[in-house]
Design a protein around this ligand. Structure first.
Ligand code: MN
Length: 228
């Protein structure tokens, strides 16, 4: 068998403490998973109808590479989020079995063209152009779940040029990770290699060319980079 064009490379993330890499299959994201952030966006949390969207796997920016300022926007926003990497999957996963699907944890930015999102919301259009653009998913190296101990007081922070912009605690998530996995698996068959962005705490704001970002899931992973 031969391909008509050169097949694209498989996007992948580094693994902390290993020279192996984690291949990325799909990127799922949940919106409005912290009540304070939903409020700052003028939205309400609808716990019964979680908001999901996707990014293409090749939107990941890894290994501290620069994030090019995207085309077609003048309002690029940061959303710092815990990222969960799946090592297993399935359909209709019971919530009590969901945590066992997690292979590792990292921290990422759900970059958003906020101006295009506002247009999409106003016109009831899909969010793809606001969320699923090239280089829209910078992600740290992953730490294997066996080395990770998270609880409700674990913190997620983002500073830009040394100033704190976002700070949240995982206990404030509307849907904790096992619930996100269980609900997503009723909509999609999840598989090893899938990433899930688990929502952003309050404090989202604009990034400018030249900004340096430092995102941290305390004790687990750090993501540093620059908007070029
Ligand atoms: Mn987000």
């Amino acid at each position: 068998m031969s391909y008509a064009i050169t097949p694209p490379a498989i996007p992948s993330l580094p693994v902390i403490g290993s020279d192996q890499r984690f291949p990325v299959r799909r990127i799922f994201c949940i919106g409005r998973n912290y009540a304070e952030h939903a409020r700052e966006m003028g939205a309400t949390v609808d716990k019964d109808t979680p908001l999901f969207f996707c990014k293409p796997a090749d939107a990941v920016v890894t290994d501290g590479a620069d994030v090019p300022y995207p085309q077609a926007t003048s309002d690029l926003h940061h959303e710092v989020e815990m990222v969960v990497a799946l090592g297993g999957g399935g359909r209709d996963i019971p919530v009590e079995q969901a945590a066992a699907m997690v292979w590792g944890y990292g921290v990422g930015l759900d970059l958003t063209r906020r101006d295009l999102q506002a247009v999409a919301k106003a016109k009831s259009h899909p969010w793809d152009v606001a969320k699923a653009f090239d280089h829209s998913a910078p992600v740290s190296a992953l730490r294997p779940a066996s080395e990770v101990h998270l609880d409700a007081d674990s913190t997620l922070t983002l500073s830009i040029n040394g100033q704190t912009r976002q700070h949240g605690r995982l206990g404030d998530m509307v849907h904790p990770v096992p619930e996100i996995i269980a609900i997503l698996s009723t909509l999609f068959e999840l598989k090893a290699g899938d990433l899930i962005f688990t929502g952003t705490p309050a404090g989202v704001s604009a990034l400018q060319r030249g900004d340096r970002f430092h995102a941290e899931l305390a004790g687990v992973a750090v993501l540093e980079g620059r908007v070029a």
